[in-house]
Design a protein. Structure first.
Ligand SMILES: [Cu+2]
Length: 656
C-alpha cells in the first residue's frame, strides 16, 4: 500500500534531524496560525497563491529562495562547526552518513532552490517592466513554473525526516548513486525534486525567451534593450538548451535505479563517465545561468548610481553572447582527471581560459563607467564593487584550475571549494543581494534601511574572505573536499578561521533579516512616491511603486537606449493621454497550485514506490491541464475608468 514507506524510515533516534525537522514544522504551524489570526487566508489565496502576475510570482520566488537560503546556510554552520571540532581523536558531532547528506543537500539547495530562483524572481519582477510589457507571454505557465519549483523545495525538505537525502554530493555521480551503493531513497529524492523543479525552470526559459523576443514596447530594438534584459535573454537560451540534458541524464539514472538498466553501472556495458559528461554538459552552462543575470544587475546598478550611460554597451552585449556560446564548450574541465588524453584536455583548457576574455571586457566596461561618474555608495553599489574584486579573484583561481597540470593536483581539494564559492558567492549571491536592494522599492513601494544594509554587507564581505582564503591554502596543503574528520594538525587552525568567517557571515544574514523587518516597520518614512527612487534609466522606473497590475496604462514608445532616461530628458514623461482604455489581462487561477499538488503526490509516490498514488498524481495533472486549457473564463478587463482613476491619483501624487 505505502511501497517502501514504513515507520522505520523516520530517523527518530537522531536528535539533530528530529530537532531540525521539529523546528521546521513549528515554523510552518506558527505561520499558518498567524495567517488564520489575521484572517488572511482568502487574501493570500486570491491575491498571491493563485496569481499569474509576474511581479507577484517574482516576489514569491524570492521569499521561498530566501527561506531556502537560510536552510542552506544552516548546513554551512553544521559543516564548518563539525570541521572545527572533528580534529584528531574527536569525531565531532556529525557522523559520516549524516555529514554526507548535509553537504549534498547544501549544494542542491543553494544552486537549485536558492540562487537560481532568486534570480528568476528578480527577472520576473524587472524584465517585463524593462521591456514595456504588461506581463510575460504565458502567465499561467509562469504560475505552473513557480509551483513546480515549490514542489522541489518541499520534497528536499521532506527528505530531512522522512527517509534520507542523497549522500553523493550535489553531483550524484554513479556508481555511488546507483542502487547497489545507494539503496535508500536519498538519490530518488534528489532525482525527483530536480526533475520536477527542472521542468518548471525549462518552462520559465521558454516563457521569458518568447516574452523578450515578442513583447517589447514599440521602438525597442534588440540593441536598445536594457543590459539586464539581454542577460536574461542569454540566460533563457542557456536554460532552454541545457536543462533538457539534466532531465535526460537524471531520467537515465532513474531507469538504472527503478528498472535495473545499465546506463551508468560498473557492469554490463554501463559507463559512469557518460553520466559525468552529460551532467557537466548541463552543469557548466548552469553556472552561467547563475551568473549572467548577476552581471546584468551590476550593469544596471553601475549605470544608475554613476548617472552615466553604461560604457561599451555593444561590447557588453557581445561579451554576454560569446560567454553564452563558450559555456557549452568547456564542460570537461570539471574532470580533466578522467584521463581523456592531453589533446582533449588541452582543447578544454584553452576554451576555459578564453572565457576569461569576455568576462574581462565586462569588468573593464564597469570600471570605465565608474570612471568620472558621480558614484553614489548605496548598498547595491557596495555589493557591486565587492563583486568586481571578489569575482576577479575567483576568475583567476579558475584560470589556475583550467591548467590540466595544476588541476591534477588541486581537483576535488579545498582549493576547488574556495574557487567555486568565490565565483558563486562573489558573483551570484552578491548580485542577487544588489538586485534585491535595487528593485525592492519597485516591488514594495519603499526603500530598505540603508544603515542595516551596509552593516550586513561588511559582515558578508569580511566573512567571505575569512571563510574561503583558508580553504585556498588548505587546498595547497592537500585537504580534499567532503571529509568530515581529519588528523592533520596543520589544518586545524585554518578550519577554525574558516568557521569564524561563517559566524561573521551569519551575523550579516541576521542583519539582513533585521533590515527587512525594520524597513517594513519604518515603511512610512521610506515611501517611494515617485516610482523612481534612484533616478533610474530604464522603463521599470517609469511606473509607480508597486506598479499597477497592468504595469503601463499606455504602452510606452521607446526612442533609444535607457528609454526612461530619454523620456525624462525629452519631456515625454509628462505626456498624459487624453483618455484611457480598458486593459485586457489574464485572470488568476488555482490551476497552477493544483498542478503543483498533483506533482508533489507524483514525486513523493515515485520516491517511495507508491504506484497507485503516482498514477493518481499523473491523472490529476492531466485533468487539471485539460480543464484549464479548455476553459474560456481566463481573462478579464481592467475598466478604463479604473485605469484613469489610478493614473490620476498617481499624477496628483507626483505633482505634490
Ligand atoms: Cu565549469
Amino acid at each position: 500500500m505505502l511501497g517502501k514507506l514504513t515507520l522505520s524510515q523516520i530517523p527518530y533516534t537522531n536528535p539533530i534531524i528530529m530537532g531540525a525537522f521539529g523546528f521546521m514544522i513549528l515554523a510552518v504551524v506558527a505561520l499558518f496560525a498567524l495567517i488564520t489570526f489575521l484572517h488572511k487566508w482568502k487574501w493570500l489565496w486570491y491575491e498571491w497563491l493563485t496569481s499569474v502576475d509576474h511581479k507577484k510570482i517574482g516576489v514569491m520566488y524570492i521569499i521561498v529562495a530566501l527561506v531556502m537560503g537560510l536552510r542552506g546556510f544552516a548546513d554551512v554552520v553544521m559543516m564548518r562547526s563539525q570541521l572545527a571540532l572533528s580534529f584528531g581523536s574527536s569525531q565531532g558531532y556529525l557522523p559520516p552518513e549524516h555529514y554526507d547528506q548535509v553537504f549534498s543537500a547544501h549544494g542542491v539547495i543553494m544552486i537549485f532552490f536558492m540562487a537560481m530562483p532568486f534570480l528568476i524572481g528578480l527577472i520576473n519582477i524587472a524584465v517585463p517592466l524593462q521591456i514595456g510589457a504588461r506581463d510575460v507571454a504565458f502567465p499561467f505557465m509562469n504560475s505552473v513554473s513557480f509551483w513546480l519549483f515549490v514542489v522541489g523545495v518541499i520534497l528536499v525538505n521532506l527528505s530531512l525526516a522522512i527517509g534520507e537525502f542523497a549522500q553523493t554530493g550535489w553531483v550524484a555521480y554513479p556508481p555511488l548513486s546507483e542502487l547497489n551503493y545507494s539503496p535508500g531513497v536519498g538519490v530518488d529524492y534528489y532525482i525527483w525534486s530536480l526533475e520536477i523543479a527542472g521542468v518548471g525552470t525549462l518552462l520559465t526559459g521558454i516563457n521569458f525567451f518568447v516574452t523578450i523576443i515578442r513583447m517589447r514596447a514599440p521602438g525597442m530594438k534588440l540593441m536598445q534593450m536594457p543590459v539586464f534584459t539581454w542577460a536574461a535573454l542569454c540566460t533563457m537560451v542557456l536554460i532552454i538548451a541545457a536543462f533538457p540534458i539534466l532531465t535526460v541524464v537524471l531520467a537515465l539514472l532513474s531507469l538504472d535505479r527503478y528498472l535495473g538498466m545499465h546506463f551508468f553501472t560498473n557492469t554490463l556495458g554501463g559507463n559512469a563517465m557518460m553520466y559525468v559528461n552529460l551532467f557537466w554538459a548541463w552543469g557548466h552552462p548552469e553556472v552561467y545561468i547563475l551568473v549572467l543575470p548577476a552581471f546584468g544587475i551590476f550593469s544596471e546598478v553601475i549605470a544608475t548610481f554613476t548617472g552615466k550611460r553604461l560604457f561599451g554597451y555593444t561590447s557588453m552585449i557581445y561579451a554576454t553572447v560569446v560567454i553564452t556560446v563558450l559555456s557549452f564548450l568547456v564542460w570537461l574541465h570539471h574532470f580533466f582527471t578522467m584521463g581523456s588524453g592531453a589533446d582533449v584536455n588541452a582543447f578544454f583548457s584553452l576554451t576555459t581560459m578564453v572565457i576569461a576574455i569576455p568576462t574581462g571586457v565586462k569588468i573593464f566596461n564597469w570600471l570605465f563607467t565608474i570612471y568620472r561618474g558621480r558614484l553614489r555608495f548605496t548598498t547595491p553599489v557596495l555589493w557591486t564593487l565587492a563583486f568586481m574584486v571578489t569575482f576577479t579573484i575567483g576568475g583567476m583561481s579558475g584560470v589556475m584550475l583550467s591548467l590540466p597540470g595544476a588541476d591534477y593536483v588541486l581537483h576535488n581539494s579545498q582549493f576547488l571549494i574556495a574557487h567555486f564559492h568565490n565565483t558563486i558567492i562573489g558573483g551570484t549571491v552578491f548580485g542577487a543581494f544588489a538586485g534585491f536592494a535595487y528593485w525592492f522599492p519597485k516591488a514594495y513601494g519603499f526603500k530598505l534601511n540603508e544603515k542595516l544594509g551596509k552593516r550586513a554587507f561588511w559582515c558578508w564581505f569580511v566573512g567571505f574572505y575569512l571563510t574561503f582564503v583558508p580553504l585556498y591554502i588548505l587546498g595547497f596543503m592537500g585537504m580534499t573536499r567532503r571529509v568530515n574528520h581529519y588528523d592533520n594538525p596543520t589544518w586545524h587552525p585554518l578550519l577554525i578561521v574558516a568557521a569564524a568567517g561563517v559566524f561573521l557571515t551569519l551575523i550579516g544574514i541576521l542583519l539582513q533579516v533585521t533590515q527587512v523587518v525594520v524597513s517594513f516597520l519604518q515603511r512610512k518614512q521610506n515611501l517611494d512616491l515617485t516610482g523612481d527612487p534612484w533616478d533610474g534609466r530604464t522603463l521599470e522606473w517609469s511606473t509607480s511603486s508597486p506598479p499597477p497590475s497592468y504595469n503601463f496604462a499606455t504602452i510606452p514608445v521607446v526612442t533609444g537606449r535607457d528609454a526612461f532616461w530619454e523620456m525624462k530628458h525629452n519631456g515625454a514623461v509628462n505626456h498624459r493621454p487624453t483618455e484611457y482604455r480598458s486593459i485586457h489581462m489574464p485572470k488568476n487561477t488555482g490551476a497552477g497550485v493544483f498542478i503543483g499538488l498533483f506533482n508533489l503526490a507524483l514525486g513523493f509516490a515515485l520516491i517511495w514506490h507508491i504506484w497507485w498514488l503516482a498514477i493518481l498524481g499523473l491523472l490529476g495533472i492531466v485533468v487539471t491541464l485539460i480543464l484549464r486549457t479548455s476553459s474560456d473564463n481566463i481573462h478579464y478587463y481592467v475598466p478604463a475608468e479604473d485605469v484613469a482613476r489610478i493614473e490620476n491619483e498617481r499624477a496628483e501624487r507626483l505633482a505634490r
